[in-house]
Design a protein around this ligand. Structure first.
Ligand SMILES: [Zn+2]
Length: 256
């Protein structure tokens, strides 16, 4: 495929690649895309899971924790797919500046991308944070407490409200991560979107920052995105199929 060849050439010439992953990158690992038709937000009202709802009452927290308790095993047991491993290979080649992700599943880290190379714009399911004192708990530990009958876990240090370290609807974006993502986007030479429909802001602004700063923009997503017109190359396919092909081509060419 001509586009794969063209992209592999660009990858070879690039020194600072930023990969941007969204829900589409993890669906092949069995993590549901909450926003897709038939997804979780078709069956539940996102407004019921907002930050404001979570803060507003103990009853709401109980309901939301019951939901988190149910979805956690699927996330904890999910395994990286070939798309994740392809990104890890870019890292091993010394090409990867960082991955900016909207995903909260830690699958990039599981595939071998070092923690410090992953900017998690929407937080992570791996940790639970006390909103009072900031103490962090491994999600597994809290799951154990829920399994043994606790309905609304509280901080054992300050009795504060515990919340998963994910960014909920209505919750402010994490400042440090957002700033870091903007900076890296402005300084890369290739910005590769993998499995994001680029509709959630401010995450979706990153490819535009990269493009305006002179980077090449490539979008791999199953369906069209609002930013396709700005991209140098667009491929409408699954990232788990396309990214490994690109990396394979790069390896062949570097050897030849
Ligand atoms: Zn606390």
């Amino acid at each position: 495929m001509e586009k794969i060849e063209a992209i592999s050439n660009i990858v070879i010439q690039s020194k600072k690649i930023v990969v941007f992953t969204g829900a589409g990158h993890s669906t092949e690992s069995g993590i549901p895309d909450f926003r897709s038709p038939g997804g979780i937000w078709d069956r539940f009202d996102p407004a019921d899971f907002s930050y404001q709802k979570f803060l507003s009452s103990e009853a709401n927290r109980e309901r939301i924790w019951a939901f988190f308790k149910e979805v956690w095993p699927a996330v904890a047991n999910a395994q990286p797919n070939p798309g994740h491993y392809a990104i890890a290979e870019l890292y091993h080649m010394g090409k990867l500046d960082c991955v900016i992700t909207q995903n909260i599943d830690s699958l990039l880290q599981k595939s071998g991308v070092p923690e410090e190379k992953v900017i998690e714009l929407h937080g992570t399911m791996k940790w639970v944070i006390c909103l009072g004192c900031g103490k962090r708990y491994p999600r597994e530990e809290i799951q154990g407490r829920l399994d043994s009958g606790e309905k609304v876990p509280k901080c054992d240090a300050c009795s504060g409200i515990l919340k998963t370290a994910t960014i909920s609807f209505g919750q402010p974006m994490p400042e440090r991560e957002t700033r870091e993502a903007q900076l890296r986007s402005a300084n890369c030479d290739l910005f590769l979107v993998a499995g994001s429909s680029l509709v959630v802001y401010p995450a979706a602004q990153m490819p535009l920052i990269a493009k305006e700063s002179g980077a090449i923009l490539i979008i791999v997503n199953l369906t069209p995105t609002p930013h396709d017109g700005y991209a140098d190359i667009v491929i409408y396919e699954k990232t788990g199929q396309v990214l490994p092909q690109i990396v394979e081509q790069v390896k062949v060419r570097l050897k030849g």
